[in-house]
Design a protein. Structure first.
Length: 209
């Protein structure tokens, strides 16, 4: 199980509300980028989580879809608040995927009724123009509990969006690859051309323009 060293150290510094932030969907050729912020306050007994289902929390990429769904439900039931932020493919094409990821993260923070006093962000870059103190942690989704929770919530939320998109555009089989550039997706992209949720600034799609 991931420990809570980073969270506890931050709480000891006097920050009473901590947010863990991560995103899902930077790499796909279609669909949005989705970020989540999981909010923990000083009254949450993190050590009690060691005896709950949340002992299995880890980087979302290392979990099966079934496990992510179950853990996402537990995370929603265990923490003060969770914020979700979404940037669609048109925004990604307009401002680029890195800036869209940052924007989705800020949207996730702004979606919270109570704002964190400090945020822990996955990656090597801090979120630009965020008025809240923050720390960027490389591979934080594999080492910091709150960030790992956010990675799970963001991934599940994005997968649900892509299942809905599959119903709208079944020919691309988004339910199978969630918009990532698999051989099947590329094959369907060549066969049917791009649709309204494809990222036209990404090379395989751009080549069809």
């Amino acid at each position: 199980m991931l420990n809570f060293i980073t969270e506890k150290e931050t709480l000891k510094q006097g920050y009473t509300l901590i947010g863990g932030i991560d995103e899902a969907g930077r790499g796909p050729l279609a669909g949005p980028v989705v970020a989540a912020c999981v909010l923990c306050d000083k009254n949450d007994n993190l050590d009690l989580l060691k005896n709950s289902e949340l002992k299995n929390v880890k980087d979302s990429k290392k979990l099966t879809e079934k496990k992510r769904e179950k853990l996402c439900e537990e995370i929603n039931n265990s923490f003060l608040q969770i914020g979700i932020g979404i940037c669609n493919n048109r925004t990604i094409d307009r401002i680029n995927i890195l800036q869209a990821s940052f924007l989705a993260m800020k949207k996730a923070v702004n979606a919270l009724e109570q704002k964190p006093k400090y945020v822990l962000v996955d990656g090597k870059f801090k979120i630009p123009n965020l008025s809240i103190p923050q720390k960027a942690i490389i591979r934080g989704d594999g080492s910091v509990f709150l960030i790992a929770c956010a990675s799970i919530v963001a991934k599940v939320a994005r997968d649900h969006i892509m299942y809905a998109m599959h119903k709208k555009y079944p020919q691309y089989e988004f339910d199978q690859h969630k918009g990532y550039g698999t051989k099947k997706h590329i094959s369907n992209l060549i066969k049917f051309g791009y649709c309204n949720i494809h990222r036209k600034s990404f090379a395989p799609v751009k080549a069809l323009l």
